[in-house]
Design a protein around this ligand. Sequence first.
Ligand code: UDP
Ligand code: MG
Length: 309
Amino acid sequence: MKKISLVIPAHNEEDNVALIHQKIKEVFSGLKNYRFEIIFVNDGSRDQTQQKLEELSRNFEEVKFIEFSRNFGHQPAVKAGLDCADGNAVISMDADLQHPPELISEMIAKWEEGFDIVYTIRKYPKQISRFKRKTSALYYKFLAGISDVNLREGGGSDFRLMDSSVVDVVRNMNEADVFLRGLSNWMGFKQTGIHFTAGERASGESSYDLQKMMKFAFTGITSFSVKPLYLAAYLGFIFSAIAIFGYGIYVIHAFFAETEISGWASLIMTVVFFGGLQLIILGIIGIYLGKIFKQVKERPNYIIRSKNF
Ligand code: UDP
Ligand code: MG
């Protein structure tokens, strides 16, 4: 009998863990030929999530949990689940039921057809703010343009099935900043996608605020592209050219005109402009430098406090 592992990161999801377990159980009662396990990764929850998970795992042998020593973030939590899962296929999904469990059978069917990765293409429902929908679409377009990771519009979803051979590859990757959406696209293999409409959170609140989203977005870009680093060189060339041109005009003017060129205002503007530009470029270099710093320390992506398997 083939085994399917479900990896579910949970950060303050006390009311959702039992619910999603129930839903997944229902799905698998219709899939008689498969065994399944659910690996919950408690990512430093400050509510009753851990107690709920311990209770669940006492009552149901298919429920397993990993407890982190603190909050490490969604991506490290998924990575931890993948590291520990031993199913023939692994499905990662959110705990808040925004990823409909009903899709699981369709994903497994695609996997049985021979696909190694079954990703999902998320369509936002109308309730999700226009701002989030637009920025998300724009972001993936930008990411596709700047790197060789092409996530289709809204394709950035961490609801995904991976064959165990793919999971092996992910397990052996040693990136300080994990960005699984990009990685799974970058790895290749035989992939296919299925569409779904993200539902609303069953209960609790989203842990992603604007700041976390920005950080996530920067991680995605700087993990898969070094193009922003070229920006400094390009801008340097452009502005040098402008400066040489301007200097030429000044010299000609000095010889042939009777009036002097004055203007401290334009001078200040130029200084401020280039000051800003240099700070931006320094910032970009800083981000990459920070990544190298993180990588060379070789700290683990997460620390496990307890685990029931
Ligand atoms: N999550 C996590 N660690 C975090 C933030 C979120 O493990 O620091 C989990 C969360 O419990 C959920 C999933 O990641 O299962 C997606 O998070 P959320 O629903 O808050 O994000 P959104 O759906 O709003 O993008
Ligand atoms: Mg959510």
